[in-house]
Structures are given as structure tokens and as C-alpha cells.
Design a protein around this ligand. Structure first.
Ligand SMILES: *Cc1c(COP(=O)(O)O)cnc(C)c1O
Length: 335
């Protein structure tokens, strides 16, 4: 197994320096008051292309640009994604001057499809409820030049995980410069790339910080996997959290998460909408449903009395890509 290390995260932070945004950390007294803890929100909704995925995508492509693929230079990147990784690969590929082909489900959010196109990605569609994306990827791979083409998966890849880990490195280092030690970091889990990278950074920089993964109740495969000690596969979950509709963790992400994640909890779609409303109304941020997993998880545990009063709690907003029509539809549902 080609497991990433903290050194890979440090290397990724050099690669991303001056390319990715160093995203802000926001606070809300209203939220602190509501929960009886101190909350620090890392805003990857303000990252390039609107989500943390830019970090992993750019870092992985940059790795293959430096290391020849099958003896020739990289000239084509292939991937599959329901949205943000697609945009990240399309954008990072064009920044590196290489082509990208992206396999996307027909029901991917329209904003994400359009953005992927606008960054220059060539999209191939498939029906995610009927076809396995690995088979589709295999089929598409045969149509591309064998030399110089590389497949970069959305999470189970050493340099993708390392890139995502820079979110954790930045977050912890910024908090440490403000003399705050985070007791917890709440982070969303899809395939586990982001949380794995954050685990590597936290283990190196702040080993006592507890990492809590949050996933949609409709698809708690990560929770089941950590409980049973093996990767559990589920059907594509039906949830508004389109960035976390994954069927299973990866080999690498499972290994890292098994070692470093304190606990995985689940939240409902309704709790995600409450999070969207809170971020919109109180913190003035448009956050996509998946981006609200961390906050929803913290709220659930704090209200359940599971977080000691006064704890320093980090929350990662993973992304903000949602079209306004859908956003308005979701937040206007009656409470
Ligand atoms: C991809 C994505 C996730 C899930 O990340 P993983 O690395 O697959 O766990 C969460 N939120 C957003 C906005 C995403 O794009």
C-alpha cells in the first residue's frame, strides 16, 4: 500500500503555496453561545473552484508532471466524480496544460457539470444507479492514448490525500499561531480523502486533537467500516449531500482512518439543511449540503452533552458549490 505520510502533506503545501488559497477561519459568537464551546470554522468553500478538492487534484497532477508516466510526459488525466473532484481535475489540468476526461453521473448537480466544462474538462456521462464507475472508467481508458494518460481517483490516492491534508496543516498551524489548541476537528466523510489528510496533519502537529468524521445517515458506510474493521460497501445512498454519496472508503483512507479517527457519527438531511440555514443567515456564507456535515455533527454531539463545555472545536466547511435555485429550494423547506 502506498500510504501517504505527513512529509507528503508538507511537500504538498509547498506545491500549493501561491497556487491554492490559504482559506480563512471564521467564528460566530452566536454559535459558541448555542453550543457552550468555542467553534473555529475553516472555510474551504472559499477555496479555488469552491471546495478543498482543488488541493488534492492539483497536487496529484503536479506529481505526475514531475514524474514521467509510462516513459512519456503527462498529457491526459482521467477521473470520475460527481462534482467537485471533476472541477478540481478540470481546472488543475488546464493550469498544467494537459487534457482531462471526466466521468460524471447523469444526475450530478448542474452547476458542477457546467463548471467542469468551463474549466475545459471533457465529460463522459453514466448512470450511477445502474453502472459501476470503475467499469465505465475502464471502458473510457481504452479510448485514450495509453502513454501519458493517468487516472487520478477522487480520494484513494497518496498525493490526493496529501493535498487534502494541507487543509489540516493550515488549520492547525493558524490556530497554534493564535495560541489555540483544537480539542476536536469535525470533518465530513465521503471516500475519506479529506479526513485522512487531516489525520496525518493532526497526528504530526497536534496529536491530542480528536478527529470526528461525519457522514450522512443514509450512507453510513464509514461508520460501519470502522466498527467492523473492514471496508463495508453499500448501495449509492440517497441524500442531499451529493459530495458524500460514496459507496465505500478506499484502501488507503480506511487504513489511515482506522488508526487515527476517534469516531464517526451520522446526521440527517434535515440537520444538513439546518446547517445551510445557519451558515447563510448567521455567518453569511453559501455552503453546499455536504459542506455542512462537520457543523451538523458538532451540533449533534454538543447538544447531546458529549462535548465538554468550553472545548475548542474545529469545523471544516468542505465546499460551497450549489446553484442558487436548489439552495433556495432547500433552505425554504418549512421547519
Ligand atoms: C468530495 C467532497 C467531500 C468528501 O470528501 P472525501 O475526501 O471523499 O471524504 C465532502 N464535501 C465536499 C464539498 C466534497 O466535494
Amino acid at each position: 500500500m502506498d500510504l501517504p505520510t505527513y512529509q507528503d502533506v508538507v511537500d504538498a503545501s509547498m506545491v500549493l503555496d501561491s497556487v491554492a488559497h490559504h482559506t480563512p477561519i471564521q467564528t460566530s459568537r452566536i454559535l459558541d453561545h448555542e453550543l457552550g464551546v468555542r467553534v473555529y470554522v475553516k472555510c474551504e468553500n472559499f477555496q479555488r473552484m469552491g471546495a478543498f478538492k482543488f488541493r488534492g487534484g492539483y497536487n496529484a497532477i503536479s506529481h505526475y508532471r514531475k514524474h514521467a508516466v509510462d516513459g512519456v510526459g503527462l498529457n491526459h488525466v482521467l477521473t470520475y466524480s460527481s462534482g467537485n473532484h471533476a472541477q478540481a481535475i478540470a481546472l488543475a489540468s488546464s493550469m498544467h496544460g494537459v487534457k482531462s476526461t471526466i466521468i460524471m453521473p447523469t444526475d450530478a448537480p448542474i452547476l458542477k457539470i457546467r463548471a467542469t466544462e468551463s474549466y475545459g474538462g471533457n465529460i463522459v456521462y453514466y448512470d450511477r444507479y445502474r453502472e459501476g464507475r470503475d467499469e465505465v472508467a475502464e471502458r473510457v481508458r481504452m479510448t485514450l492514448p495509453p502513454a501519458g494518460t493517468v487516472f487520478i481517483p477522487p480520494y484513494d490516492h497518496r498525493h490526493v490525500i496529501a493535498g487534502q491534508g494541507t487543509v489540516g496543516k493550515e488549520f492547525i498551524e493558524d490556530m497554534q499561531s493564535a495560541s489555540v489548541a483544537l480539542d476536536y476537528i469535525f470533518v465530513c466523510v465521503g471516500g475519506g480523502g479529506l479526513i485522512s489528510g487531516i489525520c496525518l496533519a493532526a497526528h504530526a502537529l497536534s496529536p491530542s486533537t480528536k478527529i470526528i468524521g461525519v457522514e450522512p445517515e443514509a450512507g453510513n458506510d464509514a461508520q460501519q467500516s470502522l466498527e467492523r474493521g473492514r471496508v463495508v460497501r453499500i448501495e449509492t445512498p440517497i441524500t442531499i449531500a451529493d459530495g458524500a454519496q460514496t459507496q465505500h472508503l478506499g484502501e488507503l483512507t480506511f487504513a489511515i482512518m482506522s488508526e487515527h479517527v476517534t469516531r464517526i457519527i451520522t446526521v440527517t438531511d434535515e440537520e444538513l439543511v439546518d446547517g445551510m440555514r445557519f451558515f447563510g443567515e448567521t455567518m453569511k456564507m453559501v455552503v453546499e449540503p455536504t459542506g455542512c456535515l462537520g457543523l451538523a455533527g458538532l451540533r449533534k454531539m454538543a447538544k447531546g452533552g458529549e462535548i465538554p463545555k468550553g472545548s475548542n472545536c474545529g469545523v471544516v466547511i468542505s465546499g460551497g458549490n450549489i446553484d442558487l435555485k436548489r439552495y433556495c429550494h432547500l433552505i425554504s423547506q418549512s421547519k
